[in-house]
Structures are given as C-alpha cells and as structure tokens.
Design a protein around this ligand. Structure first.
Ligand code: SF4
Length: 104
C-alpha cells in the first residue's frame, strides 16, 4: 500500500490550487473584439468565415478556408472556444477567429 506523506500531500495540493488559479486568471481575460485597434489593423474577426477576402487576400488563397486560429501555429488553445495569441497579449481570441497574422 502506498503511503502519502504530509509533505507530498501539501506539495500536490499547492500545485493543484496554483494550476486552478492560473486557469481562472486566464479565463478571466478579456475576449478580443472585432473593433479592438489591433484587431482592426490585423483584420481579426471572431468568425473566420466572415473575413473580407477582397481586402485580406491571404485568406482567399488556395486552402484559405482552413485558415483559422485553431490551425494557426502560434495559437495556444485554452479550451474548445478560446485560446491565446501573442499578437493580442493579455486577451483571448476565438477558436474560429482569424487575422492576417495567420501562420501555417
Ligand atoms: S495570429 Fe493566428 S492565432 Fe492569432 S489571431 Fe491571427 S489567426 Fe488567430
């Protein structure tokens, strides 16, 4: 039978609480809106199917229909709906979003 020492219990508990607090802080972050100044400059939209491809021609290129935040190499998934992007520091982007910074 495995025995858990008090030190191990306290250590694991502290790590668990720390992880939960970090997750709460991340989820409390503001969601990028389409009218955010950086979003406007980068052509960010929360729904990649609504990109103005006449203006943002990268999205109109072959395979462009597959360009969205979840297929972008700098996207950091938080959950099914949101993730982090280094272009929008301190904010969350939509999983189905897109901007001109999309990287294969
Ligand atoms: S750079 Fe990538 S992850 Fe960031 S908003 Fe644009 S498409 Fe989404």
């Amino acid at each position: 039978m495995t025995q858990i020492t008090r030190r191990t219990f306290v250590g694991v508990s502290a790590a668990t609480i720390g992880t939960a607090l970090i997750a709460r802080v991340i989820h409390a972050q503001e969601i990028v809106s389409n009218d955010n100044a950086t979003a406007v400059a980068m052509g960010y939209v929360a729904d990649h199917t609504t990109v103005d491809t006449a203006k943002w021609t990268k999205k109109a290129a072959p395979g462009g229909e597959n360009q969205k935040c979840t297929s972008c190499s700098i996207y950091q998934r938080l959950d099914d709906d949101y993730g982090l992007c280094p272009i929008f520091v301190g904010k969350r982007v939509h999983a189905n979003g897109w901007c001109n910074g999309w990287v294969a």
